[in-house]
Write a protein that binds this ligand. Sequence first.
Ligand code: SF4
Length: 263
Amino acid sequence: MEIISYGGGVQSTAMIVLAAQGRIPATHAVFANTGDDSEHPATLEYVRNVAAPWAAEHGVEVVELHNTRFGQPETLWGRMMREGSKSVPLPFYQPETGAPVGRACTADFKVKVIGRWLKANGANKDTPATVNIGISLDEIHRLHNRKPEPYEQNEYPLIDLRLTRQDCANIIERAGLPVPPKSACFFCPFHRLQGWKEQRRDSPELFDKACQLESAVNERRAAAGNYPVYLSRTLRPLSEVTEAQQDLWSVMDDSCDSGYCMV
Ligand code: SF4
């Protein structure tokens, strides 16, 4: 079995086009949806209404998967907002070190979900599935960030084909498709500061929800005697950062593209 690990962004959409052209021998593009209340709505719109129909017409099946808990669907937003939840699965920034506290979200809502599907479809350590991961040449530093599981063998076709992110966008456009927006949960702490600013301007309802999530997590943490954690790397509440620290955009807008979990 050979699949594309599909995140709904530029690189993995380019892999679908390459598969349709016979340049990647994958039959399925597997999209682990962290939740309709968690993925950016523009990504879901693109995956379902643009990429999936086009892929189907060109012999590639887009498979959408969801995480479950006790047999019921569980979204990332739902896990964090559940009453009494102690879970902090996002890579929130902690005040002491300024570093992210961890990143269970990628493992629980992406890697394990795809892994279960691969195993259900016959992948195992003796016959591992080939998983094509969309890391482009300009992101080569991310190449071995994740150790493969025993049931999978990772391939990096965009590196092999020497393709950059811009090349991927060109491939998508030449196929007659619109270039997708960056894919990530709308509340992902790996957003650039500029990304938060744009979200506040362009999608204020999503921005308000991200602020609401940060507040809810910190209210629970305060009640348990824990220090606050932040969605923004400036270590300030999201609502304050974007209003009070406009001057920081230019000096703190370093890249966090590698943080997007394009598995
Ligand atoms: S996009 Fe961000 S928040 Fe969503 S699963 Fe990936 S790392 Fe976690």
